[in-house]
Design a protein around this ligand. Structure first.
Ligand code: ZN
Length: 489
């Protein structure tokens, strides 16, 4: 059986999740479900980056012990996934003992390769990014691009460094050859042009003092902790047994897809493959890089007070409505905008008037005239079995299946849904033209076609709107009628 190992990025748990996390979770879940439907053995991993300095600072500010603080926040990430019908096969916590052991193993392998050395260092540190920046990487106010308005810390201490510069040419070469594929290609080009400038070695530890004795201890040196990105990236490995359970690790590694936000591409496309090359380990196959969610055209931020909490949204509209909006409205690889007005507009147009209305109409008519599919409606291949009488519909369904699969292979969620909605529009027109509410010989064929089309729609929607897909299937096989998406006013 083919294995498929996919991960979400590993969020910091210095605050509860916002709607941007929901976007990434949903995108990852769709790809995972798609591969499961193809019959592959899938493992979906998420986790929490618990060793970051900003977790410690946030806990201090809240006046709560660090472990308790991060446990509570990590739990709300898992809860968000559950509410969205996403099942993490593994949720790996960065503060777990296993993860510490595994990360120390990665350190030791890099050390054996001669890539770790100690030196004194002075630099500008952004706690938001947990990264050092050189002055030319900052904005015109000399602030971090990701965290404008926040002062950078001047840090001066003795740290361990990783010989990143040694891997510069190798990285350019393997990214150029798509050995680590970056989607979309604009992001790949960004990374490659960054790599064409001289690459600096990076600090991969900090003093206990600055780490406040939190995080993974450096093997063989009690005075230092491992730098948060070195260990956070290793969550992708520790969660499947690296340094802990070789058999499990060999089964799943390398990752087939890491899903990440655009702000952390450098860590994933440069640091991570360099650590792995140093340790002599295989590289992940694909990085899918999504954009950010803005709210009413503005970047979401605590200081603007416009952070959208996904929980009440799911509570009010249901998981599938939220999944649909995020997948359909937000371009998968660019930034997209959220407002509740846009949400309701999409909901009413596509879900209530589109999908929900079609399902209700077809089921009402076929119940009234006692039309059933001649074959079991749960059969996957009504289309290829030639059950469709109308050749245009037959052709459209075949094309849609191909388009959807192609779009999913390219992480184009919106295009896939657009293709499925073309079928819905076709069916609406087909009903208007053929008027199957008047009894005739042709009427049975028309309703039969529409039932097959609904079956195909339900199948295609399974990775995107799992609950709705199931509800349609149940009704098609004679189960109780339910309203799918009542119109919102
Ligand atoms: Zn920053």
């Amino acid at each position: 059986m083919t294995k498929f190992y996919i991960t979400t990025a590993i969020p910091y748990v210095n605050a509860p999740p916002h709607i941007g996390h929901a976007l990434e979770f949903v995108q990852t879940d769709v790809i995972a479900r798609y591969h499961r439907e193809k019959g592959e053995e899938v493992l979906l991993l998420s986790g929490s980056d618990e060793n970051a300095l900003k977790n410690v600072q946030a806990a201090e500010k809240a006046g709560v012990p660090v472990q308790q603080f991060i446990d509570e926040n990590a739990r709300s990430f898992v809860e968000l996934a559950e509410k969205l019908n996403i099942q993490f096969d593994v949720f790996q916590k960065g503060s777990s003992k296993d993860h510490h052991t595994s990360s120390q193993k990665l350190w030791e392998l890099c050390q054996k390769a001669g890539d770790i050395y100690k030196k004194s260092y002075e630099g500008l540190y952004c706690v938001g990014c947990e990264a050092f920046y050189t002055p030319d990487e900052l904005n015109k106010n000399q602030e971090c691009v990701e965290h404008p308005g926040r002062k950078l810390e001047r840090v001066s201490e003795e740290n361990y460094f990783f010989k990143l510069s040694k891997y510069q040419d190798k990285l350019i070469n393997l990214l150029g050859k798509d050995e680590l594929r970056i989607v979309p290609s604009t992001r790949k080009n960004e990374v490659i042009s960054f790599l064409k400038q001289p690459l600096q070695d990076i600090s991969i530890s900090r003093s206990n003092e600055r780490a406040k004795n939190w995080g993974v201890p450096v093997p063989g040196d009690d005075s230092q902790r491992i730098y948060v990105w070195f260990d956070a990236l290793n969550i992708y490995q520790s969660g499947i047994g690296f340094g802990l359970n070789e058999e499990k690790y060999k089964k799943w590694w390398p990752a087939d897809v890491h899903v990440i936000g655009k702000g952390i591409i450098r860590f994933h496309a440069i640091y991570w493959p360099a650590f792995l090359l140093s340790a002599g380990l295989p590289l992940p196959k694909t990085l899918f890089v999504h954009g950010y969610l803005t709210v009413g055209g503005q970047k979401m931020s605590k200081s603007l007070g416009n952070v959208v909490d996904p929980f009440p949204l799911i509570e009010k509209y249901g998981a599938d409505a939220v999944r649909y909006f995020l997948l359909r409205e937000i371009p998968s690889a660019e930034d997209g905008d959220f407002t509740e007005e846009k949400f309701v507009e999409r909901y009413n147009a596509d879900l209530a008037s589109g999908l929900g209305n079609l399902v209700a109409r077809v089921l009402t008519l076929s119940t009234k005239f006692e039309i059933r599919n001649s074959k079991s409606p749960l059969q996957r291949d009504l289309v290829t079995a030639g059950q469709i009488q109308n050749s245009n519909l037959q052709k459209l369904l075949e094309e849609t299946r191909e388009k959807t699969e192609k779009a999913l292979d390219d992480f184009q969620f919106s295009s896939a849904l657009e293709a499925i909605w073309e079928v819905i529009h076709f069916c609406d027109k087909y009903i208007e033209e053929k008027k199957p509410w008047t009894e005739s010989e042709g009427q049975k064929n028309v309703l039969g076609d529409l039932l097959c089309a609904l079956q195909e729609i339900a199948n295609s929607l399974a990775p995107f709107l799992p609950e709705t897909s199931e509800k349609i299937k149940v009704q098609l096989s004679g189960g109780e009628r339910v309203s799918l998406f009542p119109r919102l006013d």
